[in-house]
Ligand binder design. Structure first.
Ligand SMILES: *[C@@H]1O[C@H](CO)[C@@H](O)[C@H](O)[C@H]1NC(C)=O
Length: 524
């Protein structure tokens, strides 16, 4: 009997181990860009993956900062000095990042600099030298770190990327689609309800410029960088693949986009919208904050410029203007402000160095969110149905603001245009007009109405790609087609040639006619 029980126990243990072995995979997570809001989103993915029993190794510039099982960190230390290289004072004081070309170069410069910085880090160098590691999947942030795709080649592992900022045309190309520039605006543009002739022209111009500069400036730089840092690999295995070809080997791109905010576009099964994935059910607020919000008779306004655009770096006169305006409101105001030196604070204003944004926006008394318009906060306000006043600064913030204003639950004001009167009347309008609130609630319902929760969708695709070793069966044939083939230019060329030949033949036949006619005339 005892032996039987023991045997059964052994069997059970083996079976359990078997189950864990089936469900647990080794995942290398690449997060070289150390933007705080980006990291918050990536963290939610790491948390979810480890919760499901996967072993995650992450190369990151920011510490996870909480105890987490199954998690190994390769820290880029010191982190890239983002604030030094892209100073906040510049963002507050100038419009230098507001032209489309400037914005493109901002992304590229940032991407090249942070990618290099990460690869140079001691811990990453040590990590690269190790030969004893194996990974089943590479998950990389898709935010201009293309040289890092070489990690997938090193470990011979499939790739899933997470585009934290939304769609770009090159993602279509990686999946074998050509973006129809006649009707899909470039990622930096906000034309959405059909483009007129001039908008289409500008769209084609900007998209072509983006394509050419990416292909002939940005990608060659990324290739050079990969060659430099993965030279050992080249010695062992021969010439490295190009970054362009690695890009085409990406199995799935999870795109931080949501059809409620961005218009739909032609897509592919392997381009998956997962906007709102990190948003979780709200947690209880800290006691003091909870009371402040619960007791707000006329509602609460939450003001945050995000994790990067720190309010404390704001020019002092604007800060005083805002405090004065907030003091005049009936509502209570929570201001995310990072230092103690804010000056005298009106009674209805609460300063919070670290505000649990999701939980504040989820509170029933929240009537307005004043935001810089980052992708993450924008989704949170839509999810919770909170009217929003945008103060956009750079990157995709202008576009997000314009889209939100168009969808009817928001307004926008440029930082430079903020005066006591202008911002006061904007706030009053958004808070006092029920229309904004009603529309925000409608959008919230639509935003949450998905077949599968977007985080679960994301994890499903990651595990799917592991199960089917990169899922090559889902890759669209056209990914390796030339533009000539894709656009049928070869067939068009052949058709034109045929037509020309036909015309020549017909002409030759007709040319004889005048002779006949001449003959006839002579006879007549
Ligand atoms: C996501 O999937 C898990 C596991 O299948 C399930 O328990 C959970 O309820 C799902 N979450 C949502 C929000 O649908």
């Amino acid at each position: 009997m005892g032996a039987k029980v023991a045997a059964m126990l052994v069997l059970l243990t083996v079976a359990l181990l078997g189950i864990t072995a089936v469900h647990s995979h080794k995942i290398l997570f690449l997060a070289p860009f150390n933007g705080p809001s980006h990291w918050l989103m990536l963290k939610s993915y790491i948390r979810e993956l480890t919760n499901r029993g996967h072993e995650v190794t992450c190369i990151t510039g920011i510490k996870f900062g909480e105890a987490l099982g199954n998690y190994t960190e390769v820290l880029i230390d010191p982190a890239y000095p983002l604030n030094e290289k892209f100073p906040l004072s510049q963002l507050y004081n100038s419009q230098s990042y507001s032209s489309d070309l400037n914005n493109l170069f901002l992304y590229w410069r940032l991407g090249l600099a942070t990618s290099r910085h990460g690869l140079e880090a001691d811990n990453v160098q040590k990590f690269l030298k190790r030969d004893d590691l194996h990974f089943d999947l590479i998950v990389s942030e898709q935010f201009f770190q293309d040289s890092w795709l070489m990690f997938a080649y090193k470990y011979n592992a499939p790739i899933v990327t997470i585009s934290t900022y939304g769609y770009s045309d090159f993602m279509d190309r990686a999946m074998g689609l050509l973006t129809p520039w006649s009707c899909v605006p470039h990622m930096l543009l906000d034309y959405e309800h059909g483009m007129n002739f001039f908008q289409r022209s500008y769209n084609v111009f900007l998209s072509t410029l983006d394509y050419i500069l990416r292909e002939y400036y940005y990608m060659p730089e990324m290739n050079k960088m990969a060659k430099e840092f993965f030279s050992e690999l080249e010695e062992q295995r021969g010439p490295l693949p190009t970054i362009q070809s690695l890009e085409k080997s990406i199995s799935v791109i999870l795109v931080n986009s949501h059809p409620t905010l961005a218009k739909p576009r032609p897509t592919m099964v392997t381009l998956v919208s997962i906007g709102g994935a990190p948003i979780r059910a709200p947690k209880a607020l800290p006691q003091e904050l909870q009371r402040f919000m619960d007791e707000a008779e006329h509602g609460v306004i939450y003001f945050s410029l995000g994790a990067y655009m720190q309010s404390s770096a704001m020019p002092i006169e604007k800060r005083l203007t805002l405090l004065k305006v907030f003091g005049k409101l009936k509502q209570r105001v929570i201001w995310k402000f990072e230092t103690d030196q804010i000056g005298s604070i009106p009674k209805n204003v609460m300063i919070s160095k670290w505000a649990p944004q999701n939980d504040i926006l989820a509170h029933k008394n929240t009537v307005l969110f004043i935001s810089h318009g980052g992708q993450f906060g924008t989704f949170e306000s839509m999810y919770h149905g909170v009217p929003t006043l945008f103060i956009p600064f750079f990157g995709d913030q202008h576009r997000n603001a314009i889209r939100a204003v168009r969808s009817g639950y928001a307004a926008k004001i440029l930082f430079a245009d903020i005066t006591e009167e202008s911002i006061f009347s904007q706030i009053r309008e958004l808070v006092d007009t029920k229309q904004y609130y009603k529309r925000a609630k409608e959008i919230s319902t639509m935003f949450r109405d998905t077949l599968v929760d977007p985080m679960n969708t994301s994890i499903y695709w990651m595990e799917y790609v592991i199960r089917y070793k990169g899922a090559p069966h889902l890759k669209f044939n056209a990914v390796n087609d030339s533009i000539v083939q894709y656009l049928l230019l070869d067939i068009l060329g052949a058709a034109v040639l045929l037509l020309v030949l036909l015309i020549i033949v017909v002409k030759m036949c007709c040319c004889r006619k005048p002779v006949i006619t001449a003959d006839k005339k002579k006879r007549q």
